[in-house]
Design a protein around this ligand. Structure first.
Ligand code: IPD
Ligand code: CA
Ligand code: CA
Length: 262
């Protein structure tokens, strides 16, 4: 394993511990052993359990740090400079449908700057992690974004609104424009893994609107440390608007222009 800081080791340990319970719960879904209350209640409890483990472990290791978590929301810390940004289960719909593509995402923000991230694909045991200024890794292998610069060769990931979230027409228009000039599009259902895959050079880029800070924080550090660009689709702050776009240096402006239709 390359040299990880003490804080990174704390993040990795928390992710791995929460992952063990998630993997067990996922096994039950795969075997259709879910409780009579129905799979979505079961998933919600798996999600809350994972979040509790992460919350307790991080709180113990770094007392005073604040939190932004999907289930608990904001937990103010006594230390106002450090804040964990956590999604205990990204890819809930996949989990619920026994599709083995979901992750735990833990980001760390220091004085308003994203400084560390872990995205852990539980089923594949793929740990994507990065610290600002120290590179990005998949397990112990250094990551680098893809080198393609021609849109025609590039494969992009995106996410589309669901469950009554607005913006379908806009999303479909964006997809149509991107499909027309690229090698294709994937919608895999985990924004954190979409970002990690951009860092790993599997996807040439990713964009999605309507995300939350916990979907993006860890993945953004990992993409940047892999040499990629992470930006807001329309030029704002993606941690506030949730409209994120990630790619390599050559393709990011082309993808942004295509998505915006400008
Ligand atoms: C979702 C996933 C999905 C994205 C959604 C997110 P969740 O997170 O990242 O890919 O399209 O916008 O909400 O609900 O599975 O944690
Ligand atoms: Ca999420
Ligand atoms: Ca989630």
């Amino acid at each position: 394993m390359p040299q990880a800081s003490a804080t990174m080791n704390v993040m990795i340990a928390a992710a791995r511990k929460a992952a063990r319970a998630l993997a067990r719960d996922f096994g039950e879904i795969e075997n259709l052993q879910v409780s009579r209350k129905g799979p979505s209640d079961f998933v919600t409890s798996a999600d809350i359990k994972a979040e509790k483990t992460i919350f307790e472990d991080l709180s113990k290791a770094r007392p005073g740090y604040g939190f932004v978590m999907e289930e608990r929301g904001v937990v103010e810390g006594t230390d106002k400079t450090n804040r964990w940004i956590v999604d205990p289960l990204d890819g809930t719909t996949n989990f619920l449908h026994a599709i083995p593509h979901f992750a735990i995402s833990i980001g760390l923000e220091r004085e308003g700057v994203l400084v560390a991230g872990v995205v852990y694909n539980v089923v594949r045991d793929e740990l994507f992690w990065a610290e600002k200024g120290a590179g990005a890794y998949l397990n112990d292998r250094r990551l680098r974004v893809a080198g393609r610069s021609d849109m025609r060769d590039a494969l992009f990931a995106t996410g589309t609104p669901f469950n009554g979230k607005p913006g379908h027409a806009k999303a479909l228009g964006e997809i149509e424009r991107v499909i027309a000039k690229t090698a294709g599009i994937r919608r895999f259902g985990s924004a954190a893994l979409d970002l990690a895959y951009v860092a790993a050079g599997r996807f040439d880029g990713f964009w999605e609107r309507g995300l939350n800070a916990w979907d993006i924080a860890a993945g953004a550090v990992i993409v940047r440390e892999a040499g990629g660009v992470v930006t807001e689709i329309d030029g704002d702050d993606f941690m506030k608007t949730g409209a994120v776009l990630a790619s390599n240096q050559a393709l990011a402006p082309q993808l942004q222009q295509t998505v915006r239709g400008s």
